[in-house]
Design a protein around this ligand. Structure first.
Ligand SMILES: [Mg+2]
Length: 170
């Protein structure tokens, strides 16, 4: 699928946005300091603004990642993300917990993932999304491909679509 082929998606129907971390909230790069110590990841400030603006508008967002990274936890907490599942072995089970908590269904949920471990959850939600540089088989499995890469505007673009749809309804 090419970017924006899914532009006709009904963003206003999405009631929760779930995000993978590596390759979605980050550019997928992991820096290993020669001196040892924790891995270093890069987040995008504009993505963060999109998330924070939606959260402020009362829209729920969750992060589900297999990585148990402490800096990722810190970044998500700083953004005020209420549902954070790191070190998640079963992303579908984590997503179900979030949906149950919010009394929502798979038909209400969007998930942005970028690689094969995200596939089971992408196949569950009604709105599967991926960044421009999502893995080829993920791009085939999603309804919408961002014009921007992971950690470089993909999350912001999705957040803005949801935000604008909410503004239009209000
Ligand atoms: Mg990933």
């Amino acid at each position: 699928m090419k970017p924006n082929e899914g532009e006709t998606m009904d963003w206003g129907r999405i009631k929760v946005l779930l995000l993978d971390s590596d390759g979605v909230l980050t550019d997928g790069g992991v820096y290993l300091p020669e001196t040892g110590g924790p891995e270093i990841r890069r987040f995008d400030i504009k993505d963060g603004f999109g998330i924070a603006r939606l959260l402020k508008d009362g829209f729920p967002i969750g992060v589900i990642s297999r990585s148990p990274s402490t800096p990722v936890q810190t970044r998500c907490e700083k953004l005020g993300i209420p549902h954070i599942y790191l070190g998640a072995k079963d992303k579908v089970a984590c997503a179900k917990k979030i949906l149950d908590q919010l009394k929502l269904d798979w038909s209400d949920a969007a998930f942005m993932g970028d690689d094969v471990p995200d596939l089971p959850l992408l196949q569950k939600v009604a709105f599967p999304l991926t960044p421009l540089n999502g893995a080829e088989e993920i791009r085939e499995a999603t309804k919408w491909v961002s014009r921007f890469p992971g950690g470089g505007g993909a999350v912001r673009e999705a957040c803005d679509h949801i935000f604008r749809a909410r503004q239009a309804k209000a």
